[in-house]
Design a protein around this ligand. Sequence first.
Ligand code: NAD
Length: 504
Amino acid sequence: MLSNNEKVLNKHLKKLKSKGIKNFINGKEVESSSKKSFENNSPVDGKLICKVTSGNEKDISKAAKSSKKAFENWRKVDHKERRNILYKIADEIVKHSEEIAVLESYDTGQPIRFTKKSAIRGAANFKYFADKTIDAANGLSTPDTHHVNFSMRQAIGPVGIITPWNVPFMLSTWKIAPALASGCTVIHKPAEFSPVTADLLVKIAHDAGLPEGVWNTVHGFGESAGKSLTEHPDVKAIAFVGETSTGSHIMRQGAETLKRVHFELGGKNPVIVFDDADINRALDAVIFMKYSLNGERCTSSSRLILHEKIYDKFVKQLSARVAKLKVGNPLDPKTEIGPMIHPSHQEKVLSYAKIAQDEGAKILNGGGSPRGKLSKGCYVNPVLLEGVTTKMRIGHEEVFGPFLSIMKFKTEAQAIRIANSVRYGLTAYIWTKDSERSHRMARDVEAGMVWINSQNVRHLPAPFGGVKYSGIGRDGGEYSFDFYMETKNICVAYGTHDIPKMGV
Ligand code: NAD
């Protein structure tokens, strides 16, 4: 018998298959000017979901023209009206949340238990930034003796938003909502592996009353649609979430037109557990932060740095729990780990198990793919490794899958050395009951975000972003407005200051 999730999926798949996915430009669905399309298959069973139009430079130009025109009005729309539209989008997301969650699960392999939450979080992102529209233009007053200076923020213009395939729905809302709240218009280029909910989202926004041209979506590959977006002179900034190496490309591509960039890139995040930590809570968090969202999570803690005194006991319990993780169809509410996004990514994750063994690490769990009815999908059995060193590739390269490397430490200084030994610096998680030590660790670990005695719990006004090769810039609350807006200073004289005379 079909589950409710499968019924919802079948209903929407039929429509998707017959219509395919097109670009959404100036309030309308349009075929790419090349007339070319690519196939989007599900990682669950390898079956075709739909054909997707393959956008190119011409489509980006059309979208940029539309965004530029729409910007002239959208930037001036009263903040109350802007807020109301964003609220309406949030309400519509909630109404469509079941469909969004089911389609995202089938398109990306993310378990339904997480995609349901991501859909609702997408709505929360819109509501949060809707409430902030009233503050977006705020600046500072800096009076001097003879002049008063004051600043205000103004929307920068049309912006390009390029998103990856992991958690694509939530991440897109996280980027697009503040851009719209700022008064910017948006050209969204979703990842080619996960186009389905991006298409739903832009249509939901227009049905909610967003004026045409304010949000355009162009599908396609990074090297064509993505590259053209980063090079277009009318696109004033690029907000990018994806791999570090792609960030470097984008920086080069955007150099000619002096693009403002915001990068959220890769990570190889440490979780350090001291011997005085609450071991049960730490264990839950370690498992959640590596094996939730299929391990395809930028903030996941992929290096467990364990104090030698608790090492044996902790590893034994951890390994027993990893062995029990339920790998399966992502539409099944019991599933904890679904398939990897694509066969190429499945192959990459599996190859790291081989690399780890060749380098001398010991595999405690997983490393292969499940057999039987899951063999048609991109599944991997969750991996746990010990005996990992900072020199090994698996000790410092991002795998982006359910793949956890364990290392041992004795002193605080040693833990920090291991934690900081990688080129990345997105998040760090510290487990200790010693409050002074927790502050020392938070100060010394190289990361943009540190959680003490906690998994990643996101607070929307707090800054989000990485250091080193993990990113440039911050998101969240005011930080998002600083990116999507220009600060203008206005200086007004009281009429009391001297003006130097020349030529008298
Ligand atoms: P990716 O860099 O391969 O692709 C991301 C997007 O960039 C896609 O839309 C792609 O089409 C586009 N793109 C590729 N080449 C381009 C180019 N030359 N010019 C313009 N656009 C181009 O990343 P991915 O594999 O989709 O996502 C996984 C990566 O994303 C991981 O490294 C992960 O850590 C990172 N990520 C980071 C965060 C964060 O907040 N720091 C969040 C989620 C994911």
